[in-house]
Ligand binder design. Structure first.
Ligand code: G6P
Length: 466
């Protein structure tokens, strides 16, 4: 172990399956994991998280030593998972933060369990703290954890990164627990968001809900005798992880041959605008029949959060839409949309990123969207990006072809534009995007968010400061 960094998140770098003595580790898929894993590998330390295993016993913990860091597992009971993860995290915070209050299901009981599980994580983290440890907590699942740690270990240095959008105060306060959540987060010394807009929304919520003065320019809040810094630093990826040779995926080649490929890679999540993408693609085919038989929308749609009704319904609706469009425009030897509903490994995704001509992202609301960065990092050949203007990455990707995901006309229009771009135009756009991805990489994120602020007493090497 290289450092005394303690990272805590709900989902860890892998899920653990099987029985003791014969445990299998499968890499976990989530935006959080793709960004935090390279950072933890670089700095070292401990990663405390849930690894997908359920138990009725409380506080049973297992430590797995990985090459670059130690992993400590938190086990959850079925009831905890239901109330904390499915109920409050993904039934309240997720839809509120993505501006979809109609999807929110409020429940006092779920919030009570969320609190209890946050306390449990705080307790576990407490046993791992040493003098000089930097505790770095991640995401909306653990918003109360900084408060619980601070209560017991008042001197502890705590950083927190919020990986999803932070909504305007009017939306955030639809839930009756907004005050507690904000107080929970203010237990940290440093709080990070992907964009200036999210940072501002958070500061405004603190100001209005807690009646605490905030400094927007400096991003500071004075609370309980402490100064809290609030920053906007968008996550970057580790480009070299996407530059390796990968094998072909033979089984999809038959459908792709000779086609101009529009690629989408998303979890089957109602925030990702999959139905809107399909509508836009259908509108394009309707307006440009000369492209029938020549283009394909290859959509990876990874099943996710299937215990939540809103997700099950959404998955069903998306598949129905695909079928409708394929029936309307397709024939026995050509279907305009191919949807792949399984999990794809990083190598497989790299293959798809390289195989496609254009990446198309139509999220209705998206904290950042790392897929856009992965697509660019994977390729040598220029590739076009059609990008929803409601993603965090839209500001960094200024030259991408932007769409309002709610407008099928705009989506259809930008699909057409991408097909009419000259090679020179594509190269120019691609070079600018590549520059962003390489410059604002994972190390840049780590340095700008944590490096200077919290004086990591991490030895040896780059991150050492006293
Ligand atoms: C997305 C979000 C992350 C979040 C993750 C949780 O990737 O961008 O901020 O932590 O979902 O995914 P899970 O599969 O654990 O619900």
């Amino acid at each position: 172990m290289k450092s005394n960094l303690l990272v805590v998140s709900n989902r860890g770098p892998f899920t653990i399956e099987g029985e003791m003595g014969n445990l299998k580790y499968r890499p976990a898929v989530s935006g959080l994991v793709s960004a935090v894993l390279p950072a933890v590998k670089k700095v070292g330390g401990i990663w405390l998280a849930w690894a997908g295993r359920l138990t009725e016993k409380t506080l049973e913990v297992q430590t797995v030593i990985k090459d670059d860091f130690n992993f400590v597992e938190v086990l959850l009971s079925r009831e905890e998972l239901k109330g904390y993860y499915e109920g409050y995290s993904n039934g309240v915070l997720w839809p509120l933060c993505h501006l979809m209050p109609e999807k929110v299901v409020l429940s006092e009981e779920n919030y009570r369990i969320y609190k209890k599980v946050n306390q449990k994580f705080a307790q576990r983290a407490g046993t791992l703290l040493k003098p000089g440890t930097l505790l770095w907590i991640h995401d909306y699942h653990l918003a109360l954890m900084p408060y619980f740690v601070r209560q017991k270990y008042s001197w502890q240095r705590i950083a927190f990164f919020w990986h999803i959008p932070f909504p305007p105060v009017e939306i955030f306060t639809i839930q009756p627990w907004a005050q507690e959540i904000l107080r929970g987060l203010l237990g940290a010394d440093l709080i990070g968001f992907h964009t200036e807009d999210y940072r501002e929304n958070f500061l405004r919520s603190v100001e209005r809900v807690l009646k605490i003065p905030v400094n927007y320019e400096w991003g500071t809040v004075y609370y309980n005798g402490r100064e809290i810094r609030v920053k906007a630093v968008p996550i970057g990826i580790e480009p070299k992880n996407f530059q390796k040779d990968v094998p072909k995926i033979e089984e999809i080649e038959q459908d792709l041959r000779g086609q101009i490929i529009f690629l989408g890679v998303e979890r089957l999540d109602y925030t990702k605008g999959l139905k809107e993408k399909i509508l836009g693609f259908a509108r394009f085919l309707e307006k440009n029949p000369e492209y029938l038989g020549k283009v394909i929308l290859l959509q990876v749609a990874v099943p996710t959060r299937e215990n939540i009704a809103a997700y099950r319904n959404y998955a069903k609706e998306v598949l129905e839409e695909v079928q409708k469009v394929n029936e309307r425009f397709g024939h026995s030897s050509w279907q305009p949309i191919k949807i792949l509903t399984r999990n794809y490994s990083q190598d497989e995704l790299i293959y798809l990123y390289r195989r496609a001509d254009t990446l198309i992202i139509t999220s209705l609301e998206d904290g950042l969207n790392l897929v856009a960065k992965e697509f660019i990092a994977s390729r040598q050949e220029p590739g076009v990006v059609i990008l929803s203007n409601r993603t965090g990455v839209a500001r960094q990707f200024g030259v991408a072809l932007k769409v309002n995901p709610y407008s099928p006309e705009e989506i259809a229009g930008q699909i057409k534009t991408s097909l009419e771009m000259s090679l020179e135009e594509k190269e120019k756009m691609f070079a600018k995007l590549k520059e962003q991805v390489l410059l604002k990489n994972n190390e840049w994120w780590l340095d700008n968010f944590l490096g200077k602020e919290l004086m990591l007493s991490v030895a040896p090497g780059k991150y050492y400061r006293k």
